[in-house]
Design a protein around this ligand. Structure first.
Ligand code: ADQ
Length: 469
Protein backbone atom coordinates (compact mmCIF):
# COMPACT_ATOMS: atom_id res chain seq x y z
CA UNK A 1 0.00 0.00 0.00
CA UNK A 2 1.29 3.47 -0.86
CA UNK A 3 1.65 5.64 2.23
CA UNK A 4 0.99 9.33 2.43
CA UNK A 5 4.13 11.44 2.84
CA UNK A 6 4.49 14.64 4.87
CA UNK A 7 7.50 16.67 3.70
CA UNK A 8 8.94 19.16 6.17
CA UNK A 9 11.56 21.67 5.06
CA UNK A 10 12.57 25.20 5.98
CA UNK A 11 11.27 26.72 2.73
CA UNK A 12 8.06 25.75 0.98
CA UNK A 13 8.41 24.89 -2.72
CA UNK A 14 6.48 28.03 -3.64
CA UNK A 15 7.11 31.71 -4.14
CA UNK A 16 4.68 34.05 -2.41
CA UNK A 17 4.28 37.64 -3.52
CA UNK A 18 1.92 40.17 -1.98
CA UNK A 19 0.73 43.05 -4.15
CA UNK A 20 -1.73 45.62 -2.80
CA UNK A 21 -2.52 43.20 0.03
CA UNK A 22 -3.40 40.37 -2.40
CA UNK A 23 -1.19 37.36 -1.94
CA UNK A 24 -0.33 35.20 -4.96
CA UNK A 25 1.47 31.91 -4.85
CA UNK A 26 3.50 30.24 -7.60
CA UNK A 27 5.07 26.79 -7.39
CA UNK A 28 8.89 26.84 -7.65
CA UNK A 29 10.79 24.61 -10.01
CA UNK A 30 13.82 23.79 -7.80
CA UNK A 31 15.27 20.27 -7.81
CA UNK A 32 13.75 19.21 -4.51
CA UNK A 33 10.31 20.52 -5.50
CA UNK A 34 10.44 18.72 -8.86
CA UNK A 35 11.63 15.45 -7.36
CA UNK A 36 9.14 15.41 -4.54
CA UNK A 37 6.10 16.57 -6.49
CA UNK A 38 5.19 12.94 -7.15
CA UNK A 39 4.98 12.20 -3.43
CA UNK A 40 3.41 15.30 -1.95
CA UNK A 41 1.11 16.58 -4.66
CA UNK A 42 -0.16 13.51 -6.46
CA UNK A 43 -0.65 11.17 -3.55
CA UNK A 44 -2.56 13.47 -1.28
CA UNK A 45 0.60 14.27 0.63
CA UNK A 46 1.47 17.65 2.12
CA UNK A 47 4.52 19.89 2.34
CA UNK A 48 5.04 21.96 5.50
CA UNK A 49 7.43 24.92 5.55
CA UNK A 50 8.07 28.65 5.69
CA UNK A 51 6.59 30.62 2.77
CA UNK A 52 9.29 33.30 3.14
CA UNK A 53 8.88 36.82 4.48
CA UNK A 54 5.34 37.88 3.82
CA UNK A 55 4.38 41.35 4.93
CA UNK A 56 1.76 41.78 7.61
CA UNK A 57 -1.50 40.33 6.35
CA UNK A 58 -4.90 40.90 7.90
CA UNK A 59 -7.08 37.91 8.78
CA UNK A 60 -8.89 37.83 5.41
CA UNK A 61 -5.63 38.06 3.41
CA UNK A 62 -4.07 35.37 5.55
CA UNK A 63 -7.06 33.12 4.83
CA UNK A 64 -6.70 33.72 1.08
CA UNK A 65 -3.01 32.89 1.26
CA UNK A 66 -3.71 29.71 3.23
CA UNK A 67 -6.29 28.64 0.62
CA UNK A 68 -3.87 29.27 -2.26
CA UNK A 69 -1.21 27.27 -0.43
CA UNK A 70 -3.62 24.44 0.38
CA UNK A 71 -4.49 24.12 -3.32
CA UNK A 72 -0.78 23.36 -3.89
CA UNK A 73 -0.75 20.80 -1.02
CA UNK A 74 1.34 23.09 1.15
CA UNK A 75 0.93 24.33 4.73
CA UNK A 76 2.71 27.46 5.99
CA UNK A 77 4.70 27.87 9.19
CA UNK A 78 5.18 31.60 9.84
CA UNK A 79 8.17 33.23 11.49
CA UNK A 80 8.17 36.61 13.20
CA UNK A 81 10.74 39.19 12.12
CA UNK A 82 12.66 38.49 15.34
CA UNK A 83 12.65 34.73 14.63
CA UNK A 84 13.84 35.30 11.08
CA UNK A 85 16.80 37.27 12.41
CA UNK A 86 17.73 35.04 15.34
CA UNK A 87 16.80 31.55 14.14
CA UNK A 88 17.30 31.77 10.37
CA UNK A 89 20.05 34.31 9.84
CA UNK A 90 21.68 34.00 13.28
CA UNK A 91 21.73 30.31 14.19
CA UNK A 92 20.95 28.39 10.97
CA UNK A 93 22.95 30.46 8.49
CA UNK A 94 25.32 32.24 10.88
CA UNK A 95 26.36 29.30 13.11
CA UNK A 96 25.29 25.86 11.82
CA UNK A 97 26.14 26.54 8.16
CA UNK A 98 29.77 27.60 8.86
CA UNK A 99 30.41 24.82 11.39
CA UNK A 100 28.98 22.13 9.10
CA UNK A 101 31.21 23.50 6.31
CA UNK A 102 34.36 23.47 8.48
CA UNK A 103 34.49 27.24 8.84
CA UNK A 104 34.92 27.87 12.57
CA UNK A 105 36.59 31.17 11.64
CA UNK A 106 33.18 32.47 10.48
CA UNK A 107 31.54 31.96 13.88
CA UNK A 108 30.43 35.03 15.82
CA UNK A 109 32.30 35.44 19.12
CA UNK A 110 29.15 34.89 21.16
CA UNK A 111 26.50 32.52 19.95
CA UNK A 112 23.00 32.95 21.27
CA UNK A 113 19.50 32.08 20.16
CA UNK A 114 19.28 28.31 20.73
CA UNK A 115 16.02 28.90 22.59
CA UNK A 116 14.57 30.54 19.47
CA UNK A 117 15.89 27.64 17.36
CA UNK A 118 14.03 25.23 19.65
CA UNK A 119 10.89 27.35 19.61
CA UNK A 120 10.76 27.48 15.80
CA UNK A 121 11.57 23.76 15.47
CA UNK A 122 8.75 23.04 17.94
CA UNK A 123 6.34 25.07 15.80
CA UNK A 124 7.27 23.01 12.74
CA UNK A 125 6.79 19.80 14.76
CA UNK A 126 3.39 20.96 16.12
CA UNK A 127 2.23 21.71 12.57
CA UNK A 128 3.29 18.24 11.45
CA UNK A 129 1.48 16.65 14.39
CA UNK A 130 -1.73 18.53 13.49
CA UNK A 131 -1.66 17.15 9.92
CA UNK A 132 -0.47 13.66 10.78
CA UNK A 133 -2.65 10.58 10.23
CA UNK A 134 -1.49 7.20 11.56
CA UNK A 135 0.49 5.38 8.88
CA UNK A 136 1.89 8.58 7.28
CA UNK A 137 5.61 8.82 6.55
CA UNK A 138 7.28 12.04 7.73
CA UNK A 139 10.37 13.31 5.89
CA UNK A 140 12.23 16.20 7.55
CA UNK A 141 14.91 18.11 5.62
CA UNK A 142 18.12 19.83 6.59
CA UNK A 143 20.12 21.77 9.12
CA UNK A 144 17.48 24.35 10.01
CA UNK A 145 15.32 21.59 11.49
CA UNK A 146 17.79 19.38 13.39
CA UNK A 147 15.61 19.35 16.52
CA UNK A 148 12.34 18.50 14.73
CA UNK A 149 12.76 14.68 14.75
CA UNK A 150 13.23 14.54 18.56
CA UNK A 151 10.34 16.92 19.26
CA UNK A 152 8.13 14.91 16.90
CA UNK A 153 9.16 11.66 18.56
CA UNK A 154 7.72 13.03 21.84
CA UNK A 155 4.50 14.11 20.15
CA UNK A 156 4.08 11.04 17.93
CA UNK A 157 5.98 8.10 19.45
CA UNK A 158 4.73 5.65 16.80
CA UNK A 159 5.37 7.75 13.67
CA UNK A 160 7.89 6.77 10.96
CA UNK A 161 10.23 9.75 10.77
CA UNK A 162 13.01 10.25 8.22
CA UNK A 163 15.63 12.99 8.27
CA UNK A 164 17.91 14.01 5.37
CA UNK A 165 20.91 16.30 5.77
CA UNK A 166 21.61 18.25 2.56
CA UNK A 167 24.90 19.70 3.77
CA UNK A 168 28.02 17.90 5.05
CA UNK A 169 28.17 16.44 8.54
CA UNK A 170 31.54 17.74 9.72
CA UNK A 171 34.39 15.88 11.31
CA UNK A 172 33.52 15.43 15.04
CA UNK A 173 36.49 17.58 16.12
CA UNK A 174 34.79 20.49 14.34
CA UNK A 175 31.23 19.59 15.30
CA UNK A 176 32.27 19.55 18.97
CA UNK A 177 32.93 23.29 18.81
CA UNK A 178 29.16 23.79 19.02
CA UNK A 179 28.14 24.31 22.65
CA UNK A 180 24.82 22.64 21.85
CA UNK A 181 26.38 19.65 20.07
CA UNK A 182 24.77 16.91 22.16
CA UNK A 183 21.34 18.48 22.02
CA UNK A 184 21.55 18.78 18.23
CA UNK A 185 22.71 15.19 17.81
CA UNK A 186 19.87 13.95 20.02
CA UNK A 187 17.52 16.06 17.91
CA UNK A 188 18.45 14.14 14.76
CA UNK A 189 18.26 10.83 16.61
CA UNK A 190 14.51 11.26 17.02
CA UNK A 191 14.30 9.92 13.43
CA UNK A 192 14.05 6.26 12.36
CA UNK A 193 16.13 6.89 9.24
CA UNK A 194 18.90 9.48 8.90
CA UNK A 195 20.23 10.08 5.37
CA UNK A 196 23.45 11.68 4.12
CA UNK A 197 24.80 12.43 0.65
CA UNK A 198 28.04 10.48 1.16
CA UNK A 199 29.69 7.67 3.10
CA UNK A 200 32.14 10.15 4.56
CA UNK A 201 29.45 12.33 6.15
CA UNK A 202 27.79 9.26 7.63
CA UNK A 203 31.18 8.21 9.00
CA UNK A 204 31.57 11.58 10.73
CA UNK A 205 28.10 11.22 12.20
CA UNK A 206 28.70 7.74 13.63
CA UNK A 207 32.02 8.93 15.06
CA UNK A 208 30.23 11.83 16.78
CA UNK A 209 27.63 9.42 18.22
CA UNK A 210 30.37 7.19 19.58
CA UNK A 211 32.34 9.98 21.19
CA UNK A 212 29.52 12.14 22.52
CA UNK A 213 26.90 9.59 23.49
CA UNK A 214 29.10 6.49 23.96
CA UNK A 215 26.87 4.56 21.59
CA UNK A 216 28.22 1.74 19.44
CA UNK A 217 26.64 2.35 16.04
CA UNK A 218 27.26 -0.12 13.24
CA UNK A 219 27.91 1.37 9.82
CA UNK A 220 24.26 1.28 8.78
CA UNK A 221 22.32 1.35 12.01
CA UNK A 222 22.38 2.27 15.67
CA UNK A 223 20.36 1.41 18.77
CA UNK A 224 19.25 4.51 20.67
CA UNK A 225 16.80 4.65 23.57
CA UNK A 226 15.49 1.22 22.62
CA UNK A 227 14.85 2.15 18.98
CA UNK A 228 16.75 0.98 15.92
CA UNK A 229 17.86 3.91 13.74
CA UNK A 230 18.98 3.38 10.15
CA UNK A 231 21.88 5.47 8.85
CA UNK A 232 21.73 5.62 5.06
CA UNK A 233 23.70 7.11 2.16
CA UNK A 234 21.49 8.66 -0.52
CA UNK A 235 23.39 10.88 -2.97
CA UNK A 236 20.82 13.33 -4.29
CA UNK A 237 20.20 13.46 -8.03
CA UNK A 238 18.58 15.96 -10.38
CA UNK A 239 15.83 15.95 -13.00
CA UNK A 240 18.31 14.66 -15.60
CA UNK A 241 15.72 14.18 -18.37
CA UNK A 242 14.43 17.73 -17.86
CA UNK A 243 17.94 19.22 -18.20
CA UNK A 244 18.65 17.09 -21.29
CA UNK A 245 15.44 18.27 -22.92
CA UNK A 246 16.09 21.93 -22.15
CA UNK A 247 19.74 21.58 -23.21
CA UNK A 248 18.73 20.33 -26.66
CA UNK A 249 15.88 22.81 -27.16
CA UNK A 250 16.09 25.29 -30.08
CA UNK A 251 15.75 28.27 -27.67
CA UNK A 252 18.76 27.21 -25.68
CA UNK A 253 20.84 26.27 -28.71
CA UNK A 254 20.14 29.68 -30.26
CA UNK A 255 21.34 31.31 -27.03
CA UNK A 256 24.48 29.13 -27.07
CA UNK A 257 25.22 30.31 -30.62
CA UNK A 258 24.92 33.94 -29.47
CA UNK A 259 27.17 33.32 -26.46
CA UNK A 260 29.78 31.61 -28.63
CA UNK A 261 29.72 34.07 -31.50
CA UNK A 262 33.45 34.67 -31.07
CA UNK A 263 34.75 31.23 -32.00
CA UNK A 264 38.31 31.99 -30.96
CA UNK A 265 37.48 32.45 -27.31
CA UNK A 266 37.15 29.36 -25.07
CA UNK A 267 34.71 29.38 -22.18
CA UNK A 268 35.19 28.45 -18.56
CA UNK A 269 31.94 28.71 -16.59
CA UNK A 270 31.24 28.89 -12.84
CA UNK A 271 27.72 29.02 -11.35
CA UNK A 272 27.22 29.28 -7.61
CA UNK A 273 25.29 30.92 -4.85
CA UNK A 274 27.63 33.61 -3.52
CA UNK A 275 28.75 31.56 -0.52
CA UNK A 276 32.17 31.16 1.10
CA UNK A 277 31.81 27.36 0.86
CA UNK A 278 31.81 27.53 -2.94
CA UNK A 279 35.49 28.44 -3.32
CA UNK A 280 34.88 31.38 -5.67
CA UNK A 281 37.87 33.42 -4.50
CA UNK A 282 40.40 30.62 -4.97
CA UNK A 283 38.80 29.81 -8.34
CA UNK A 284 39.42 33.41 -9.47
CA UNK A 285 43.01 33.16 -8.25
CA UNK A 286 43.45 29.87 -10.11
CA UNK A 287 42.18 31.55 -13.28
CA UNK A 288 44.64 34.39 -12.73
CA UNK A 289 47.39 31.81 -12.27
CA UNK A 290 46.36 30.15 -15.56
CA UNK A 291 46.83 33.47 -17.34
CA UNK A 292 50.23 33.92 -15.70
CA UNK A 293 51.63 30.45 -16.30
CA UNK A 294 50.07 29.96 -19.74
CA UNK A 295 50.17 33.40 -21.38
CA UNK A 296 49.20 31.71 -24.65
CA UNK A 297 45.62 31.79 -23.34
CA UNK A 298 45.61 35.58 -23.13
CA UNK A 299 42.66 36.96 -25.19
CA UNK A 300 41.64 33.33 -26.02
CA UNK A 301 39.84 32.29 -22.85
CA UNK A 302 37.10 33.76 -20.70
CA UNK A 303 35.73 32.87 -17.28
CA UNK A 304 31.98 33.51 -17.01
CA UNK A 305 31.14 33.52 -13.32
CA UNK A 306 27.53 33.73 -12.14
CA UNK A 307 27.07 34.40 -8.45
CA UNK A 308 23.51 34.23 -7.15
CA UNK A 309 22.87 36.75 -4.36
CA UNK A 310 22.44 34.86 -1.10
CA UNK A 311 21.96 35.62 2.61
CA UNK A 312 22.76 39.30 2.29
CA UNK A 313 21.46 39.66 5.88
CA UNK A 314 24.51 37.81 7.23
CA UNK A 315 27.64 39.99 7.48
CA UNK A 316 30.06 37.25 6.34
CA UNK A 317 28.23 37.20 2.99
CA UNK A 318 28.41 40.96 2.56
CA UNK A 319 32.16 40.85 3.20
CA UNK A 320 32.57 37.97 0.73
CA UNK A 321 30.79 39.97 -1.94
CA UNK A 322 33.21 42.85 -1.50
CA UNK A 323 36.23 40.54 -1.74
CA UNK A 324 34.93 38.87 -4.92
CA UNK A 325 34.12 42.28 -6.49
CA UNK A 326 37.67 43.37 -5.67
CA UNK A 327 39.33 40.26 -7.11
CA UNK A 328 37.36 40.40 -10.36
CA UNK A 329 38.27 44.06 -10.77
CA UNK A 330 41.94 43.46 -9.98
CA UNK A 331 42.33 40.53 -12.39
CA UNK A 332 40.41 42.23 -15.20
CA UNK A 333 42.45 45.38 -14.64
CA UNK A 334 45.75 43.53 -14.78
CA UNK A 335 45.08 41.25 -17.75
CA UNK A 336 42.31 42.86 -19.82
CA UNK A 337 42.90 44.50 -23.21
CA UNK A 338 40.69 47.00 -25.07
CA UNK A 339 39.01 44.09 -26.85
CA UNK A 340 39.11 41.35 -24.21
CA UNK A 341 37.86 41.09 -20.63
CA UNK A 342 39.06 37.87 -18.96
CA UNK A 343 36.28 37.54 -16.35
CA UNK A 344 32.61 38.18 -17.06
CA UNK A 345 31.06 38.40 -13.64
CA UNK A 346 27.32 38.53 -12.97
CA UNK A 347 25.96 38.96 -9.45
CA UNK A 348 22.37 37.89 -10.03
CA UNK A 349 20.10 34.97 -10.58
CA UNK A 350 19.63 33.94 -14.23
CA UNK A 351 16.72 32.33 -16.08
CA UNK A 352 16.64 28.55 -16.48
CA UNK A 353 17.23 28.88 -20.23
CA UNK A 354 20.30 31.08 -19.79
CA UNK A 355 21.63 28.79 -17.04
CA UNK A 356 21.41 25.75 -19.31
CA UNK A 357 22.77 27.73 -22.28
CA UNK A 358 25.83 28.52 -20.15
CA UNK A 359 26.19 24.82 -19.27
CA UNK A 360 26.02 24.05 -23.00
CA UNK A 361 28.40 26.84 -23.99
CA UNK A 362 31.09 25.84 -21.49
CA UNK A 363 34.27 24.25 -22.75
CA UNK A 364 35.08 23.77 -19.09
CA UNK A 365 32.72 23.90 -16.11
CA UNK A 366 34.58 24.80 -12.93
CA UNK A 367 32.92 23.57 -9.73
CA UNK A 368 35.47 24.06 -6.99
CA UNK A 369 33.79 24.41 -3.58
CA UNK A 370 36.01 24.12 -0.53
CA UNK A 371 33.18 22.11 1.02
CA UNK A 372 29.78 21.12 -0.39
CA UNK A 373 27.16 18.55 0.64
CA UNK A 374 26.60 17.42 -2.94
CA UNK A 375 26.64 20.24 -5.56
CA UNK A 376 23.86 19.94 -8.06
CA UNK A 377 25.42 22.38 -10.55
CA UNK A 378 28.01 19.73 -11.47
CA UNK A 379 25.23 17.24 -12.19
CA UNK A 380 23.06 19.74 -14.09
CA UNK A 381 26.03 20.53 -16.34
CA UNK A 382 26.53 16.86 -17.27
CA UNK A 383 22.79 16.28 -17.75
CA UNK A 384 22.50 19.27 -20.12
CA UNK A 385 25.34 18.05 -22.38
CA UNK A 386 23.44 15.88 -24.83
CA UNK A 387 26.32 16.70 -27.23
CA UNK A 388 28.55 14.64 -24.87
CA UNK A 389 31.16 17.39 -24.84
CA UNK A 390 32.61 19.73 -22.24
CA UNK A 391 34.94 19.01 -19.31
CA UNK A 392 34.04 19.13 -15.63
CA UNK A 393 36.69 20.35 -13.20
CA UNK A 394 35.37 19.28 -9.81
CA UNK A 395 36.55 19.77 -6.25
CA UNK A 396 37.29 16.61 -4.34
CA UNK A 397 35.54 18.31 -1.38
CA UNK A 398 32.13 18.30 -3.09
CA UNK A 399 29.91 15.35 -2.19
CA UNK A 400 29.42 14.88 -5.95
CA UNK A 401 33.07 13.83 -6.26
CA UNK A 402 32.21 10.44 -4.70
CA UNK A 403 30.03 9.69 -7.75
CA UNK A 404 31.47 11.84 -10.56
CA UNK A 405 34.86 10.20 -10.67
CA UNK A 406 35.28 10.92 -14.41
CA UNK A 407 35.58 14.63 -13.76
CA UNK A 408 39.03 16.22 -13.42
CA UNK A 409 39.18 16.18 -9.63
CA UNK A 410 41.08 19.01 -7.96
CA UNK A 411 42.02 20.18 -4.49
CA UNK A 412 40.57 23.72 -4.47
CA UNK A 413 43.06 24.84 -1.80
CA UNK A 414 45.82 24.08 -4.30
CA UNK A 415 45.45 27.16 -6.50
CA UNK A 416 48.37 26.20 -8.78
CA UNK A 417 47.04 22.66 -9.20
CA UNK A 418 43.57 24.01 -10.05
CA UNK A 419 45.11 26.33 -12.66
CA UNK A 420 46.89 23.35 -14.21
CA UNK A 421 43.62 21.36 -14.25
CA UNK A 422 41.96 24.28 -16.09
CA UNK A 423 44.74 24.15 -18.66
CA UNK A 424 44.51 20.38 -18.97
CA UNK A 425 40.74 20.64 -19.48
CA UNK A 426 41.21 23.29 -22.19
CA UNK A 427 43.65 21.14 -24.17
CA UNK A 428 41.97 17.77 -23.56
CA UNK A 429 41.62 15.76 -26.78
CA UNK A 430 38.10 15.38 -28.11
CA UNK A 431 38.00 11.61 -27.57
CA UNK A 432 38.88 11.84 -23.91
CA UNK A 433 36.30 14.60 -23.44
CA UNK A 434 33.57 12.44 -24.94
CA UNK A 435 34.53 9.35 -22.97
CA UNK A 436 34.53 11.25 -19.69
CA UNK A 437 31.28 13.07 -20.42
CA UNK A 438 29.50 9.86 -21.40
CA UNK A 439 30.53 8.32 -18.08
CA UNK A 440 29.36 11.40 -16.12
CA UNK A 441 26.03 11.38 -17.95
CA UNK A 442 25.43 7.72 -17.14
CA UNK A 443 25.76 8.49 -13.42
CA UNK A 444 23.41 11.49 -13.42
CA UNK A 445 20.84 9.75 -15.61
CA UNK A 446 20.78 6.58 -13.50
CA UNK A 447 20.71 8.18 -10.10
CA UNK A 448 18.27 10.99 -10.85
CA UNK A 449 16.08 12.82 -8.36
CA UNK A 450 13.14 10.43 -8.83
CA UNK A 451 15.35 7.50 -7.89
CA UNK A 452 16.73 9.40 -4.92
CA UNK A 453 13.20 10.00 -3.62
CA UNK A 454 12.24 6.37 -4.25
CA UNK A 455 15.27 5.06 -2.39
CA UNK A 456 14.74 7.29 0.64
CA UNK A 457 10.99 6.72 0.88
CA UNK A 458 11.52 3.01 0.21
CA UNK A 459 13.98 2.74 3.10
CA UNK A 460 11.73 4.76 5.39
CA UNK A 461 8.67 2.66 4.58
CA UNK A 462 10.57 -0.60 4.80
CA UNK A 463 10.43 -0.58 8.56
CA UNK A 464 14.11 -0.80 9.08
CA UNK A 465 15.11 -3.07 6.18
CA UNK A 466 18.23 -1.68 4.50
CA UNK A 467 17.76 -0.39 0.98
CA UNK A 468 21.40 0.35 0.28
CA UNK A 469 23.05 -0.48 -2.99
P1 ADQ B 1 23.18 24.79 -2.59
O1 ADQ B 1 24.30 25.19 -1.68
O2 ADQ B 1 22.22 25.84 -2.91
O3 ADQ B 1 22.41 23.49 -2.05
P2 ADQ B 1 23.72 23.40 -5.22
O4 ADQ B 1 23.59 21.96 -4.94
O5 ADQ B 1 24.82 23.72 -6.18
O6 ADQ B 1 23.98 24.30 -3.93
O7 ADQ B 1 22.34 23.91 -5.83
C1 ADQ B 1 22.20 25.20 -6.36
C2 ADQ B 1 20.96 25.27 -7.24
O8 ADQ B 1 20.72 26.64 -7.59
C3 ADQ B 1 21.13 24.51 -8.53
O9 ADQ B 1 19.98 23.76 -8.80
C4 ADQ B 1 21.33 25.61 -9.59
O10 ADQ B 1 20.78 25.31 -10.85
C5 ADQ B 1 20.61 26.78 -8.99
N1 ADQ B 1 21.34 27.98 -9.42
C6 ADQ B 1 22.63 28.23 -9.21
N2 ADQ B 1 22.96 29.41 -9.77
C7 ADQ B 1 21.86 29.91 -10.34
C8 ADQ B 1 21.57 31.12 -11.06
N3 ADQ B 1 22.47 32.06 -11.30
N4 ADQ B 1 20.32 31.31 -11.47
C9 ADQ B 1 19.40 30.39 -11.25
N5 ADQ B 1 19.60 29.25 -10.58
C10 ADQ B 1 20.82 29.02 -10.12
C11 ADQ B 1 22.46 22.68 -0.87
C12 ADQ B 1 23.82 22.08 -0.51
C13 ADQ B 1 24.37 21.31 -1.70
C14 ADQ B 1 23.39 20.24 -2.11
C15 ADQ B 1 21.99 20.79 -2.27
C16 ADQ B 1 20.97 19.67 -2.44
O11 ADQ B 1 24.73 23.11 -0.14
O12 ADQ B 1 25.63 20.74 -1.38
O13 ADQ B 1 23.80 19.67 -3.33
O14 ADQ B 1 21.59 21.56 -1.14
O15 ADQ B 1 21.04 18.72 -1.42
Amino acid sequence: MKRRVIIVSMRLPVTVTVEHGRPTVRPSVGGLATGLRSVYAEDDGVWIGWPGRVEELDAAEERTLREHLAALHTVPVYLTAHETTVFYEGIANGVLWPVFHDRLDQLPLRVHGWDVYEQVNARFADTVARHYHPGDLIWVHDYQLLRVPAILRELLPEARIGFFLHIPFPNPEIFFALPSREWLLRGMLGADLIGFHTWRFRGHFTAAMRRLLHLQPEREEAMYEGRRIQLGVFPMGIDAAGYAERGASPRVLAEVARLRSDRDVRFLVGVDRLDYSKGIERRLLAFERLLQTHPEWSTRVRLVQIAVPSRAGVSAYRRLRERVDGLVGRINGAFGTPRWTPIHYMYRSVSDDLLVALYRAADVMVVTPVRDGMNLVAKEFAASRTDEDGVLVLSEFAGAAEELTDALLVNPYDVDGTAEAMHRALVMPREERHARMRALRRVVQTNDVARWVERFIGALAANGASEER
